[in-house]
Ligand binder design. Structure first.
Ligand code: UDP
Length: 244
């Protein structure tokens, strides 16, 4: 479908790759790819361009892995944005990398910091900012003054990805990643789906059961995504330009 996805074998594989980039001060931008983002990218050329330019695109949604299996005969191991976020924080704490937390409400951001410091007592949170600001330039200055190595942006998709993309060249930190609602999860304000749903890649069903109205449009997109994948498999890419 024209959206690149990095085929990491395991979380350790992804962490090793990111660690090398951070150690060599190479800049990278990591995006979590799920069917909603692929669908949006097929309608928004700018988003498609952004996804094409990100250095790391993890396979966040099970739909992406299934589509890869159907289209290319090879599923891609899932690396969810939320799990990678927590594993990176653990690694950052070991390596003493500076972490900047940008996004969520002021309360959720503060609660997330408190909870994370309990979970990783040696974590170096060098700066933070809630996600409801006006002046992006001063936020970028704040990030650079903090000397952060990792910047996590939790402002929802695709807002967070556009924000990172627009400011990536000015942000000196080695690694930037959009993490959606992960600060709300870290703060305890939002519960993650139970393990069974996470293990089977069906978190979307759990979220749908909790918030059916809000999530209905997402479920429709998942269905379109599956239909498009099957159509591409049967008729090839050229026959499948429009969405069902
Ligand atoms: N958010 C923000 N600034 C905004 C809009 C949203 O910081 O202008 C935060 C919001 O408070 C919440 C997160 O972004 O913490 C959005 O989480 P959601 O689960 O909706 O993101 P998704 O992963 O679904 O994109």
């Amino acid at each position: 479908m024209g959206i690149p996805v990095t085929p990491f074998e395991t979380y350790d594989h992804a962490l090793a790759c990111i660690e090398r980039a951070v150690a060599s001060k190479r800049k990278s931008f990591c995006v979590a790819i799920n069917p909603i983002k692929v669908y949006n990218a097929l309608h928004e050329p700018q988003l498609k361009q952004l996804l094409g330019q990100a250095e790391i695109n993890i396979c966040d949604g099970v739909g992406v892995s299934i589509a890869s299996r159907i289209l290319h005969g090879r599923g891609i191991h899932r690396i969810t944005g939320c799990d990678l976020f927590f594993r990176l924080l653990s690694l950052a704490s070991e390596r003493q990398w500076g972490v900047f937390l940008l996004g969520a409400s002021p309360q959720s951001n503060a609660d997330a910091r408190a909870q994370l410091l309990q979970r990783y007592p040696h974590l170096k949170i060098v700066g933070w900012q809630d996600g409801y600001f006006e002046d992006s330039r001063s936020v970028v200055e704040h990030i650079n003054a903090s000397k952060a190595d990792l910047v996590f942006v939790a402002m929802g998709s695709p807002k967070q990805e556009y924000w990172i993309w627009q400011h990536r060249s000015q942000i000196e930190a080695s690694f930037c990643m959009g993490v959606g609602g992960s600060f709300d999860v870290a703060s305890g304000n939002i519960k993650r789906a139970p393990k069974l749903f996470r293990m089977t890649g069906t978190e979307f069903l759990f979220r749908f059961a909790l918030e059916p109205r809000k999530r209905l449009s997402h479920q429709k997109i998942l269905l379109y995504f599956l239909l498009r994948t099957i159509r591409m498999k049967l008729f090839g890419a050229r026959e499948s330009v429009g969405w069902a």
